[in-house]
Design a protein around this ligand. Structure first.
Ligand code: NAD
Length: 315
């Protein structure tokens, strides 16, 4: 029975993941290298919880309980000694992850499950310097981790069946929609699909087929609008497989086939136009518009989650 969950790394992902467990009654420890990082995470979590209250999916009492459910610790040993389930959410640098796994193996309980939130490393690489492959899984949450339901689960060939079952059950218990990969593959499922789509979006932009705004609208008002309800495989069934056969025959040969990053992106990166973090990418941004847009996005996701889960997104 999993009761105590420790999240290592309190950044963008770790703080959202910690919050997801806290609102569903788990006792959570959030660990990071410094007090300063933990205070930043605590403030972010409180703001996010307040938004759930404002949007009517969490009561003030629920917020208080969630706040009290999380303790913040810089000492790794103290942070993981009682943990039944650990999620590592430290930066995507393999040596950092290996170093942490070496430290964890002597401090954690023998049966503690260790999950990584890696977005890119195969689990076979992660366990190269971990002695607990049987207890290891990848749980790939999506940003914002406290609002997006998907968690991709990747197992190692040595991962015990009961570890996989317990992980799936744990994710369902916090209102997530876990999906299990039968084999490991780069980008897992969702980022492969997303990258395939984005390659084509940047190709259309480069070819001048439409403006950047219109390419975005073609997704948010079109396929993206229905994808929250029906996935691409079922869409093929509903559209008719004979129709989709013709779509593939007519369109697939014209699709972009490049295997490198789109030129539009590499050119802008060379000019240090990195997107919202510096105020300019494909579009230009004022700092205030970015935070307003993120707030608007989070409120939108909360309402969507409410509709999808019939008001039971959070307790
Ligand atoms: P981040 O840089 O925002 O946060 C990482 C945190 O880990 C920092 O606060 C850092 O101080 C802390 N940290 C570093 N070493 C540590 C250690 N040894 N012990 C404890 N804390 C330590 O990173 P992030 O965006 O939250 O990404 C974390 C992981 O999640 C990465 O593996 C990343 O690939 C993955 N991921 C990120 C996103 C995203 O959109 N940001 C989405 C899905 C998955």
């Amino acid at each position: 029975m999993i009761k105590n969950v420790t999240i290592i790394g309190s950044g963008v992902m770790g703080s959202g993941i910690a919050q997801s467990f806290a609102i569903h009654g788990y006792s959570v420890v959030l660990n990071d290298l410094t007090e300063e990082y933990l205070i930043r995470a605590e403030n972010r979590i409180k703001e996010n919880l307040e938004l759930l209250v404002e949007e009517g999916v969490l009561t003030s009492t629920g917020k208080q309980k969630a706040v009290q459910a999380i303790t913040y610790k810089t000492d790794l040993s103290e942070a993981i000694q009682a943990a039944d389930f650990i999620i590592e959410a430290i930066p995507e640098v393999i040596e950092m992850k290996w170093d942490l796994y070496r430290k964890i193996e002597n401090l954690k309980k023998a049966d503690t499950i260790v999950a990584s939130n890696t977005s890119t490393f195969p689990i076979t690489k992660l366990v190269e310097h971990a002695s607990f492959a049987q207890k290891m899984v990848i749980t790939h949450f999506f940003n914002p981790g406290h609002l997006v339901p998907l968690v991709e689960i990747v197992k190692h060939e040595q991962t015990e069946g009961e570890v996989i079952e317990a992980t799936l059950e744990l994710m369902r218990s916090i209102g997530k929609s876990p999906v299990l990969l039968n084999k490991e593959i780069s980008g897992f499922i969702a980022n492969r699909l997303q990258t395939a789509l984005m390659r084509e979006a940047f190709f259309l932009l480069k070819e001048g087929i439409a403006s950047a705004e219109d390419i975005d609208t073609a997704i948010t008002a079109g396929p993206g609008f229905r994808w929250a309800f029906t996935g691409p495989i079922e869409i093929a069934d509903f559209g008719g497989l004979d129709t989709w056969q013709r779509v593939f025959e007519n369109v697939a040969p014209d699709l972009d086939q490049s295997i490198t990053a789109p030129e539009v992106i590499t050119d802008l990166v060379a000019e240090n136009k990195l997107g919202t973090k510096i105020g300019e990418g494909i579009f230009k941004y004022e700092a205030s518009t970015v935070s307003e847009k993120l707030n608007e996005r989070d409120r939108y996701f909360i309402q969507l989650g409410k509709i999808k889960n019939k008001g039971e997104m959070t307790r």
